[in-house]
Design a protein around this ligand. Structure first.
Ligand code: PEP
Ligand code: MG
Length: 953
C-alpha cells in the first residue's frame, strides 16, 4: 500500500529539465531498492504517452506495463524542485512523485493527493516548503469535510427506544465508512444532549475514521428522559468539520423549523434543510469501468476534457461506494473516487445537456478513454445486470441427438428437462415514483414469501430449514431499510433491491469464511427470486413428475438441497467427474452427467431426456424404443444391484480367485455402523478435514480423540485408514486463517501446511494414537511430493509412538502428486502403504483444475498418463512387499474397476453406496483378463480410447 512518510522526501532538488528530473527520480528509486536498472526508460516512455502532470505543481511519473517487472517492491519517492521544472505545455512542477508499482496501487496515492489538490495555492506552498514535514502536511490536505448525504439519513424507523435509534445511527456511520468497530459502544456511552423540539444530539470522537453526521427519526414518537424523542443526530466527530453544520442546525431550531426535520419523509428534505450533499435528481446512466488500472490520471483526464465540452454540470459516482457524486470536469475530484476496474459508475447530467452528454460520455468510457480495454466479464460486474450465461448464443441440441458428457454418477434416468438457467434480466435503474416502487417491492416480497411457504410445506426438514432461513432473510429489517432508502432517492425497485443484495452478499464473501460465503449464496438466491417477481420473469415451474435437472453447474450446496424423490437425474453444462457436486450426487444416488456443454442449457424445459449416468450420455427427446431399451437396462441394473446388495458382506474375489479389499471413503464420524452395513471391509479414507469443518472452532485433542474413537468403535476391529488434515489452498478452514494465494492448488496445502504448523499435526496424531487402543490404524499424509515431507511427517509419528504405543499401526502416504508416483521406488522402501488419490493425481498430471468449469470434463482418471503413474506405484510397492489402495473417485467408476484390478491394486476405497456394486463388478471379472486389459489400456493414447477399449471388451 502506498502511504506518504517523510523519509521518502528529498527537498531542494535541482533539474534543468524534465528529462533530468526523471533521471534523478529513477536513480533514487533504484538506490532505495524499489526498482531495477532500466526503470528510467519506463518513466520516459510513460511521459511520451502523455504527461503525468497532475495539477497544482505536482507530477506523478511512473512506469509502463512493460517495465512493471523491474519493480521489486511498491513505493514512492518525492523530489521537491523549488526552482520548478517545465513538464511541457508550460506546466511547472515543484514536486515530482516517482511511483514504483506493479499494478494499480497508485490509485490509492492519487486518492490521497486529491484532498490536497483542491487547495487553491498549493503549488506555491509546495515550492516554498522548507522541510519534509511541512511538505507532507500540505499533501495531506485540508481537513476532511463532514459527510452528510442520503445514506446517512434514515427516516421513520421502527425503533422502540433511544438505544435502538442510537444503534441505527452508529450503523449508518459505520456503513458510510465514517467509523470503525467500537464506535457503536462509544456512542452508546456518550452523553445525549437535548436540542429542543424532540431532537437529540449524540457524539463521539472515538473510533472515528472520517467526520460524519447521521440523522434518524422513529416511526412512532418516543419518550426519552421524560422528554419527547422525535429525531436523533449522531455525530462521528473529528476536528471542527461539523462546526458549520451545527451553526446551521441551531439557526433552524431558533427559527422554530425543527419539525421540518422530524416530520421529513425524504432524506432530500433533511439534506436541503441542513445543507448536506443532495444527489441531484438528474437523468443518469450506469456503466461498468473496464480500464485495467481503473480511473487513473490518463483516462480521467480524457473524461474531464470531454465533459468540459458540455455547457452544464455532469457528475459521477461509484455505485455502492457510499461516496457522493463528484464533478466530472474536475480531474482531481475524479481521481478522488479511486474507481477500479469492474466497479459500476453512475453518470448524472443536468437535464438540458443529459440527452447529448450521457451517451457521449458512456461511449467514451466504453471505448476505454484512450486506453485499450478488455470488457469486464459478467461475473466481475457490480449490479444492474444479473450474471449472463452464454445460453443466448447457442442453439439447443436437436431431438433425437445424443450428447456425450462425463459420467458423474451411475444410473439411468428419464423425465422432462427442468432447465434452470440464470438469464439476463434487464430493468430500469430509475423508478417511476418512490411510492409506486415501494408498493411494487412490497408485492414482490409478499409473493416470494408465499412461494417460500409453499416450498417449506412440501420439503423435508433439512431442505425446509434452508427455505425458512430464506424467509428470515427476506424479512431482515436492515435489508428492507437500505432498499427503502434507495427508493427514496429515486431508484427503481429492482435496482435498489439488487444493489442492496449485491452489496450485502459481497460483504459476507469478503470475510473469507465458508459459512458466511454460504450465506452470501443464500442472499443471492433470494435476491434473484425477488428480482424475477419484480420483473415479471416466469420461472419455469418444477414439473410434477420426477424431472432431469439441467443447470450450468451445480454447486455442492445446490445438490444438498435437491429432493432425490423429485430429481430423477442431473445434467450440467460444465464441470468434471471429481467436482465436489459430482461426489455429492453420487452420495445421494442421483444419476448425473456433467460437462455436457453449453448447448444443453438452450433446451426447452419439459423436453424429454434420457440420461445414462454410467456412460455419460444424454439423449434428447429419445424415441420410445430407446427409452424402452434404457429402462430395460435400468431394470437389469436394479436387479444386479439387488443381487449385489445381498452379497455385499461377501469378499470381492474374481472368477479366477484373486481377492481385492473394498473399503469406504467417509467424511464424518457418525453412522460408521451404517457404512459397515453397506459392505465396507474397513475405511480406506477418513477425510479428517471434513470432521474439522464440522466443528465451529478447532477441535482440541480430547474432542478429536473422541471423534476418532467413535469411528474405530463403529468399525468393530476393521482397519481404519486416516488421512491427516488436508486443508490449505482451496480448502480453507473458517477458523484457521491462511494467507490467500494466487495459485492455491500449487500452494501451501496438505502436508506442506501441517508441517509448517507442527503443533496442529502433533495434536491430531496424538489424538489418533490415543484413540487406537491397539485396533488396526493406518495413518497417511496428503499431497506428499517430496521425500523430506514424508520423512519429517513420519519422524513425528515415530516420536509420538514412543509416548503412545499402538500395536497395529501402519504409516503411509497418499499418491496424488505425480512426483510421488515417480519417486515410488524410493518411497516404497520406507512407507508401509500407498493410497492413490486419483482426483488430485489426475488434476496434477493433466494440469487441469479439477473444478474448472469447462476443462474438468477432460480430467479423466482413465487417461493413460495417469494409468502409467498408477502402474509405476503398484510395481514399486509390490517390489517391497507394500500394499496399494485407490481412494479417488476413479475407484467407483464401473469402467475403471477392471483396469485398476488389472493394474494389481490391492484395495479400492469408494463411497459407501458404491461398495456392493464395486464388489459385484469384481466378482464378474477374470483377473487374468483384467491384467491383459490393463496392459492394453496403458498403450492407448487417450482416456476416450481407454473407455472405448473397456466398452468393447
Ligand atoms: C484424491 O485427490 O483423489 C482424494 C481422494 O482426495 P480429495 O478428493 O479429498 O482431494
Ligand atoms: Mg486429494
Amino acid at each position: 500500500m502506498l502511504e506518504l512518510v517523510k523519509e521518502q522526501i528529498a527537498m531542494g532538488q535541482v533539474a534543468a529539465d524534465k528529462s533530468q528530473a526523471l533521471s534523478l527520480l529513477a536513480e533514487r528509486l533504484q538506490a532505495d531498492g524499489l526498482v531495477a536498472e532500466g526503470y528510467l526508460q519506463g518513466l520516459q516512455a510513460r511521459e511520451a504517452q502523455g504527461s503525468t502532470f497532475l495539477g497544482q505543481g505536482i507530477a506523478i511519473p511512473h512506469g509502463t506495463p512493460q517495465t512493471r517487472d523491474l519493480v521489486f517492491s511498491t513505493g514512492v519517492r518525492l523530489l521537491q524542485f523549488p526552482d520548478g521544472v517545465d513538464w511541457g505545455d508550460g506546466q511547472i512542477v515543484y514536486l515530482a512523485i516517482g511511483i514504483a508499482a506493479r499494478s494499480d496501487e497508485h490509485l490509492r496515492l492519487l486518492q490521497l493527493l486529491t484532498r490536497a489538490l483542491g487547495e487553491t495555492d498549493l503549488a506555491e506552498a509546495l515550492r516554498r516548503a522548507s522541510s519534509p514535514e511541512a511538505l507532507l502536511k500540505l499533501l495531506q490536505g485540508a481537513p476532511r469535510e463532514l459527510a452528510l448525504d442520503a445514506q446517512l439519513v434514515s427516516l421513520n424507523l421502527p425503533a422502540d427506544d433511544f438505544d435502538e435509534l442510537c444503534w441505527r445511527g452508529a450503523r449508518l456511520l459505520r456503513r458510510a465508512g465514517c467509523a470503525e468497530a467500537g464506535f457503536t459502544a462509544a456512542l452508546q456511552q456518550a452523553q445525549p444532549l437535548p436540542l429542543g423540539d424532540g431532537l437529540w444530539w449524540l457524539h463521539s470522537e472515538r473510533h472515528v475514521l472520517q467526520p460524519g453526521l447521521a440523522f434518524i427519526t422513529p416511526q412512532q414518537p418516543l419518550q426519552y428522559r421524560d422528554q419527547p424523542l422525535r429525531g436523533l443526530f449522531c455525530l462521528a466527530s473529528l476536528g471542527a468539520a461539523h462546526q458549520a453544520l451545527l451553526e446551521r442546525l441551531c439557526e433552524v431550531l431558533i427559527e422554530g423549523r425543527g419539525q421540518t426535520l422530524y416530520q421529513a419523509t425524504s432524506s432530500r428534505t433533511v439534506l436541503e434543510v441542513l445543507g448536506g450533499e443532495v444527489t441531484p435528481d438528474w437523468p443518469s446512466a450506469r456503466i461498468v469501468l473496464a480500464n485495467a488500472h481503473g480511473l487513473h490520471a490518463r483516462p480521467a483526464k480524457v473524461l474531464a476534457q470531454l465533459a468540459k465540452r458540455f455547457d452544464g454540470e455532469i457528475r459521477l459516482r461509484v455505485v455502492d461506494s457510499g461516496e457522493a457524486a463528484v464533478s466530472v470536469k474536475s480531474l482531481s475530484k475524479l481521481l478522488s473516487l479511486g474507481a477500479r476496474r469492474g466497479q459500476t459508475l453512475e453518470l448524472l447530467a443536468e437535464p438540458q445537456i443529459a440527452g447529448d452528454a450521457l451517451p457521449a460520455l458512456l461511449q467514451a468510457i466504453e471505448e476505454g478513454l484512450g486506453e485499450e480495454v478488455e470488457p469486464v466479464q459478467a461475473a466481475q460486474v457490480d449490479t444492474a445486470v444479473t450474471p449472463v450465461a452464454p445460453v443466448d448464443e447457442v442453439t439447443a441440441p436437436a431431438a433425437g441427438s445424443v450428447i456425450q458428457g462425463v459420467s458423474a454418477s451411475p444410473g439411468i434416468a428419464t423425465g422432462p428437462a427442468h432447465v434452470k438457467v440464470e438469464r439476463t434480466i434487464d430493468y430500469p435503474l430509475r423508478g417511476t415514483s418512490p411510492s409506486e416502487e415501494r408498493l411494487h417491492l412490497e408485492q414482490a416480497l409478499t409473493a416470494v414469501d408465499n412461494e417460500l411457504q409453499g416450498l417449506i410445506a412440501r420439503s423435508d426438514k433439512a431442505i425446509g430449514d434452508i427455505f425458512i432461513t430464506h424467509q428470515e432473510m427476506l424479512a431482515d429489517p436492515a435489508l428492507v431499510e437500505d432498499v427503502q432508502q434507495r427508493l427514496a432517492e429515486g431508484e427503481s425497485a429492482p435496482a435498489a433491491w439488487m444493489a442492496v443484495i449485491d452489496s450485502a452478499a459481497r460483504q459476507q464473501e469478503a470475510l473469507n469464511d465458508t459459512l458466511l460465503a454460504e450465506r452470501a449464496a443464500d442472499l443471492r438466491d433470494i435476491g434473484r427470486r425477488v428480482l424475477q417477481q419484480l420483473c415479471g420473469v416466469q420461472q419455469a415451474g418444477e414439473p410434477e413428475q420426477p424431472y432431469v435437472l439441467v443447470m450450468a453447474e451445480v454447486g455442492p450446496s445446490d445438490v444438498a438441497r435437491l429432493d432425490p424423490a423429485r430429481v430423477a437425474g442431473i445434467v450440467t453444462a460444465y464441470g468434471g467427474a471429481t467436482a465436489h457436486s459430482a461426489i455429492v450426487a453420487r452420495a445421494l444416488g442421483i444419476p448425473a452427467v456433467v460437462g455436457a456443454g453449453a448447448q444443453i442449457l438452450a433446451l426447452q424445459s419439459s423436453t424429454a431426456l434420457l440420461l445414462d449416468g454410467q456412460r455419460g450420455r444424454v439423449s434428447i427427446a429419445p424415441s420410445a424404443g430407446d427409452v424402452e431399451q434404457a429402462l430395460a437396462e435400468r431394470d437389469r441394473r436394479e436387479q444386479r444391484l439387488q443381487a449385489a446388495w445381498v452379497e455385499r458382506h461377501q469378499p470381492a474375489v474374481t472368477r479366477d480367485g484373486h481377492a481385492l479389499e473394498v473399503f469406504a471413503n467417509v467424511g464424518e464420524t457418525a453412522g460408521i455402523d451404517k457404512v459397515v452395513e453397506q459392505g465396507a471391509e474397513g475405511i480406506g479414507l477418513l477425510r479428517t478435514e471434513l470432521i474439522f469443518m464440522g466443528h465451529s472452532q478447532a477441535p482440541d485433542a480430547a474432542t478429536q480423540e473422541a471423534d476418532y474413537r467413535r469411528v474405530l468403535d463403529g468399525l468393530g476391529g476393521r482397519p481404519l485408514v486416516v488421512r491427516t488434515l488436508d486443508v490449505g489452498g482451496d480448502k480453507p478452514l473458517p477458523y484457521w486463517p491462511i494467507a490467500a494465494e494466487e495459485n492455491p492448488f500449487l500452494g501451501v496445502r496438505g502436508v506442506r501446511l501441517t508441517l509448517q504448523r507442527p503443533q496442529i499435526m502433533e495434536e491430531q496424531l496424538r489424538a489418533l494414537l490415543r484413540a487406537a487402543d491397539n485396533r488396526p490404524l493406518r495413518i497417511m499424509f496428503p499431497m506428499v511430493g517430496q521425500m523430506h515431507e514424508w520423512r519429517e511427517a513420519k519422524a513425528m509419528v515415530e516420536r509420538l509412538r514412543l509416548e503412545i504405543p499402538v500395536a497395529d499401526l501402519q504409516v503411509g502416504i497418499m499418491v496424488e502428486v505425480p512426483s510421488a508416483a515417480l519417486l515410488a521406488p524410493q518411497l516404497a522402501r520406507e512407507v508401509d502403504f500407498f493410497s492413490i488419490g486419483t482426483n488430485d493425481l489426475t488434476q496434477y498430471t493433466l494440469a487441469i483444475d479439477r473444478g474448472h468449469p469447462s476443462l474438468s470434463a477432460q480430467a479423466d482418471g482413465l487417461h493413460p498418463a495417469v494409468l502409467q503413474l498408477i502402474d509405476m506405484t503398484v510395481r514399486a510397492a509390490h517390489a517391497h512387499g507394500k500394499w496399494v489402495g485407490v481412494c479417488g473417485e476413479l475407484a467407483a467408476d464401473a469402467q475403471a474397476v477392471a483396469i485398476l484390478l488389472g493394474l494389481e491394486v490391492d484395495e479400492l476405497s469408494v463411497a459407501a453406496r458404491s461398495i456392493a456394486e464395486v464388489k459385484a463388478l469384481i466378482r464378474e471379472t477374470d483377473f487374468q483378463a483384467a491384467r491383459a486389459l490393463a496392459q492394453a489400456a496403458l498403450q492407448q493414447d487417450s482416456a476416450a480410447s481407454v473407455r472405448a477399449l473397456v466398452e468393447h471388451n
